[in-house]
Design a protein. Structure first.
Length: 214
């Protein structure tokens, strides 16, 4: 089963992809995570992508093409995958179509999570990530800002550089100008299903699973 999950930054794509990955036992491929790891490890890709990612701009399509071709053709994706963060441009959507056509036949789902921009800004400016377990939290849901409730890590929270308000607003601008046409591309083919991302996390997951079963 192959799932492509869409939505503006902060709609909860990563959280939902993580839940679906556990429930369906297929890997979660996040192009944002791949880039952030490359930046952390200071690889050639990381050095090239750092400024763009941290300012909320897109990494060029040709660089993303190499990453996506490699990862989706990897053995770990044989049983399927949940792709989060790709495609973000029409060029990327066309390449993904080609890649999917080249893979053995399997069911495919294109799902979008929908949330208003102002709700997203609120969510992202209050978002913290645990550097040990990778879980994401809202500041208001944390009883203690020093201890991670999932892994008990101490002083492990950090705020992503691209979660500063000015960067979030730029990421939303990029989403509306460049990625919205990708959603229209899939909608015009009758392939995209929308789910309301303002519901509680488990309800959103339930609706996404229902779309897959439908
Ligand atoms: P995300 O975690 O998906 O919000 O991605 C974080 C950042 O990584 C984005 O703001 C972009 O700078 C970069 N990025 C991730 N996926 C892509 C992509 N498909 N095309 C271009 N840039 C990307």
């Amino acid at each position: 089963m192959r799932i492509v999950i869409f939505g503006a930054p902060g709609v909860g794509k990563g959280t939902q992809a993580h839940i679906l990955s556990e429930k369906l036992d297929i890997p979660h491929i996040s192009t944002g995570d791949i880039l952030r790891n490359a930046i952390k490890n200071e690889t050639a890709l990381g050095l090239e992508a750092k400024k763009l990612v941290e300012s909320g701009n897109l990494v060029p399509d040709d660089i993303m093409a190499g990453i996506v071709k490699d990862v989706l053709s990897d053995k770990s994706c044989e049983k399927g995958f949940i792709l989060d963060g790709y495609p973000r441009t029409l060029e990327q959507a066309r390449l993904l179509d080609e890649i999917l056509k080249s893979l053995p036949v399997d069911s495919q789902y294109f799902l979008a999570i929908d949330v208003d921009d102002e709700v997203i800004v609120q969510r992202l400016t209050n978002r913290l990530t645990c550097k040990i377990c990778g879980n994401i939290f809202n500041i208001s849901d944390l009883r203690d800002l020093k201890i991670c409730p999932k892994c008990n890590g101490i002083d492990s929270f950090f705020k992503r550089k691209d979660d500063e308000e000015s960067v979030i607003r730029n990421r939303l601008k990029v989403f509306h100008s460049t990625t919205k046409p990708v959603l229209e591309y899939y909608t015009s083919q009758g392939r995209l299903k929308y789910v309301d991302g303002t519901m509680p996390v488990d309800k959103v997951a339930e609706e996404l699973l229902q779309e897959i079963k439908a």
